[in-house]
Design a protein around this ligand. Structure first.
Ligand code: FAD
Length: 278
């Protein structure tokens, strides 16, 4: 059971246009002033597709006085390119990294110096010692490419053994999977904060598509209601808010060390859940 105050963190993606950048700045202003997050992270396109965008977005967060955590995915990357990125962040005073394997965009080959995230975690430790607090990804409902649940747990352990400090989960709507994942990790002797990732529900089609890709289950009792709302966006969002608020409350009551919000660069859905918690 977690005894200290829960920590909240926020995730963003690098905007592609000037309009997106302005929208993101407004959203961050609102989110940062209300939530005062422990840190804010920025995603990274596998294959380096968003490398500059991630860097710029990280610097903008840092300038707002919030601890910024770049995501770094290793699939397709060389050791030299990762070293250059790490040095760049180190020089700018970044102390936290979310270390991932990533998924190669279709059509791109996966040649490079890394195959799995545990190799990236080891490499970051070799290159920069304890400079970075390393977050890794965790999958309470298991990674879709894992051959089986127990192998996936063992593979999660490899990342922790390689030097990860804490983990952020893929989003989920079934608390039992998260609690069992925590119990399984404890049974394997893993003692690190595993922070649940919270995905606000604002649109069924996008959520269903994304969940299909990343292997997150939308429970039937939620899915059928979301489908039934059809174009009634207001009712769908009200229901989505109720679901994610209750999930967040239950997670914190069960001892989760904090919550990591997938903001999708919008302020309102995350702020509504956060305000409901208070
Ligand atoms: P890994 O931990 O390497 O696991 C990938 C698969 O390989 C799993 O099935 C695992 O069981 C297996 N495996 C792991 N290690 C080994 C090993 N040593 N030997 C054999 N099998 C192994 N993607 C992005 O592109 N950019 C992002 O910014 C990004 N941010 C994310 C943030 C969070 C919090 C989460 C949960 C996911 C994020 N993703 C991101 C998605 C992530 O990159 C994908 O889920 C990807 O498929 C797996 O990445 P991983 O780091 O979990 O990989």
């Amino acid at each position: 059971m977690n005894q200290s105050a829960p920590q909240f963190s926020l995730e963003f993606f690098p905007p592609k246009t000037e309009a997106g950048r302005e929208k993101l700045q407004t959203a961050q202003k609102e989110l940062f002033s209300t939530i005062q997050p422990a840190y804010a992270s920025v995603t990274f396109g596998a294959g380096g597709s968003t490398q500059e965008g991630t860097y710029d977005a990280v610097m903008e967060i840092q300038q707002q006085g919030v601890d910024a955590a770049p995501h770094l995915s290793c699939i397709g990357a060389t050791k030299d390119s990762i070293t250059a990125i790490l040095r760049g962040y180190q020089e700018k005073g970044i102390h936290r990294i979310v270390a991932l394997r990533g998924d190669m965009p279709s059509g791109m080959g996966a040649s490079g110096d890394f195959r799995y995230a545990n190799e990236l975690v080891s490499f970051i430790r070799e290159e920069s010692g304890d400079h970075f607090h390393i977050e890794v990804a965790a999958y309470p409902e298991f990674h879709p490419q894992a051959p089986d649940a127990f192998t996936d747990l063992q593979n999660f352990k490899r990342k922790v053994d390689a030097g990860a400090d804490s983990a952020i989960t893929q989003y989920f709507y079934n608390i039992d999977g998260y609690l069992r994942f925590g119990e399984d990790c404890a049974a394997m002797g893993l003692d690190l904060p595993i922070v649940p990732g919270i995905m606000p529900i604002t649109n069924y089609t996008n959520l269903a598509r994304f969940s299909e890709m990343c292997g997150a289950e939308i429970p039937r009792w939620i899915k059928e209601r979301l489908i039934a709302y059809r174009d009634d966006t207001e009712s769908l969002r009200a229901f989505g808010l109720e679901v994610t608020t209750r999930l967040s409350q239950d997670l914190l009551s069960a001892g989760a060390p904090g919550l990591h919000f997938y903001t999708m660069n919008q302020s309102a859905p995350t702020l509504q859940v956060f305000n409901n918690l208070n």
